[in-house]
Design a binder for this molecule. Sequence first.
Ligand code: ADP
Ligand code: ADP
Ligand code: ZN
Length: 220
Amino acid sequence: MNIILLGPPGAGKGTQAHRLEQQRGMVQLSTGDMLRHAVAAGTPIGLKAKAVMAAGELVSDAIVSALIGERLDTSVDKGAIFDGFPRTQHQAEALDLLLADRARKLDHVIELDVNEEALVDRITGRFSCANCGAGYHDRFKLPRVENTCDVCSAHEFHRRPDDNEQTVRTRMAEYRAKTAPILPYYRERGLVRAVEGMASVDEVARQIDAILDGAPALPF
Ligand code: ADP
Ligand code: ADP
Ligand code: ZN
């Protein structure tokens, strides 16, 4: 099973991808995480991507498609969760080729349906565990014990430099201009399933599970 989680910044893609990894052994392929690692390691890709990411603009299609291709060659036997990729029509076509070359296919494109204004609050309150990457929120998901990760008990947390209101607005605009327009490409193939992304984390999880477990698509 290979799925795409599609939605604007803050829609809940990473939160749901982490859960699916833990519960189903699927593998999250997040181009955002891959790029952040490249920036932290100071690789040639990281050096190119750093300023683009800080501005909230999109890194080149060639770079992110190559990153995904490399990761698809490692073990993703129980399925891949594409999180934050594809973000352009060109990337969507590149993904089709990468999957076809490996005799894999796309099973679902899960569209997280959200209200953009509420997402600014989600993103400016977001932080994550510096050790295991578990995601938290100042208001919606605080660690159960103050300053202690629920998953690994670490005490260090991290906030992304691009999670500020101004950059978020640019990221939303990029989503509207370049990413939302790829939905028809997948709709034509009957792959798109919408989920109510403004519901609670558990309710969104329940809706995604119903899709993965084969609930029939509602006619629209
Ligand atoms: P994305 O990967 O799509 O950018 P995240 O999964 O990182 O989004 O979620 C953004 C922030 O919103 C995080 O702080 C997360 O804890 C919180 N969050 C995720 N899903 C929900 C939800 N359904 N309701 C409320 N807050 C959520
Ligand atoms: P979010 O889902 O919270 O917006 P990501 O972690 O997916 O954030 O992406 C962070 C930044 O990394 C983006 O704003 C963009 O600069 C870059 N990026 C990530 N994935 C891609 C992609 N597929 N194509 C182009 N740029 C990307
Ligand atoms: Zn942790």
